[in-house]
Design a protein around this ligand. Structure first.
Ligand SMILES: [Zn+2]
Length: 273
């Protein structure tokens, strides 16, 4: 599933293509509904102009005129595909189309989704509130002290805390495993019991790994491709995720895999304490 670096890549790529375009018409598949039950009517999108394309947590958020926003959660196989005027669509895009925004002048933005788990939502107001998102890992207000306040007395394993979108928005299974490796922390450690130094290491590691992954345009571990249909490159740089039994890049000890909260969790039993 696309996480922060993949969604950031898509939003950055789409922003210059969509900015200033005016939506003429909206089409969406009926079953299963592609707009979620909290969404304002999709028809409200017609006539709005795209002001910006941003990321909030794991959502692509298209900011529109008149205070409206459109959030897109790609889930497993969702893809946003921009089709310039007179350009052909990539193969299969039409077959798996779940929603289409047609812009004045003829360009289109398609939401295609093979497995149909992806969801769209039209809403007003700020994305963080509307989508019930926790703090962003790159939020300047998030420092070791703020992290201490957020995790105080929590007995949740640190890995599961990192995945909870209502606490910290944007991190999924891949980058939680990677960040804990660079912070040298066992995924099972209780988040409320980390020391001040460990919290500091965790924040630094998290930002470092997310920044590197954005630079490499995300990880294509499963189905992820960007808005142009290209794979990311960060899967070639993963330190622990998907590397069970392979030697730790730091100490050579075989990487362990365990299941934590029903998710495969990878760590080095020697480096991570
Ligand atoms: Zn190691």
């Amino acid at each position: 599933m696309p996480e922060l670096p993949e969604v950031e890549t898509i939003a950055r790529d789409l922003a210059p293509l969509l900015r200033g375009l005016r939506i003429a018409k909206v089409w969406h598949a009926a079953q299963p509904p592609v707009f979620d039950r909290h969404s304002l009517p999709p028809e409200m999108l017609a006539g709005r102009t795209v002001i910006a394309v941003e990321r909030a947590g794991k959502f692509v958020v298209i900011e529109l005129s008149a205070g409206l926003r459109l959030a897109v959660h790609l889930r497993m196989t969702g893809r946003l595909i921009f089709r310039p005027v007179h350009a052909p669509l990539p193969p299969d895009a039409e077959r798996y189309a779940r929603a289409t925004l047609s812009f004045r002048g003829g360009a289109e933005l398609l939401f295609a989704d093979v497995r149909k788990f992806g969801r769209l939502r039209v809403f007003r107001g700020g994305a963080q509130d509307a989508l019930a998102l926790g703090v962003d890992p790159f939020d300047r207000r998030l420092d070791a002290t703020a992290l201490a306040a957020l995790t105080r007395k929590r007995t949740t394993p640190v890995k599961m805390w990192l995945l909870d979108q209502r606490r910290l928005a944007g991190v999924g299974n891949i980058y939680a495993c990677e960040a804990l490796y660079y912070a040298r922390l066992r995924p099972k450690r209780r988040v409320g019991r980390l020391t001040a130094l460990e919290r500091h290491r965790l924040l630094l590691a998290l930002r470092k790994v997310l920044r590197k992954a954005i630079y490499h345009r995300g990880s294509s571990v499963d189905d992820y491709v960007d808005a142009a249909g290209e794979s990311g490159r960060f899967q070639n740089h993963l330190a622990v995720y998907g590397r069970a039994g392979m030697p730790c890049r730091r100490c050579g000890t075989p990487i362990n895999r365990m299941v934590l909260g029903q998710r495969g969790t990878f760590y080095c039993p020697a480096c991570q304490r």
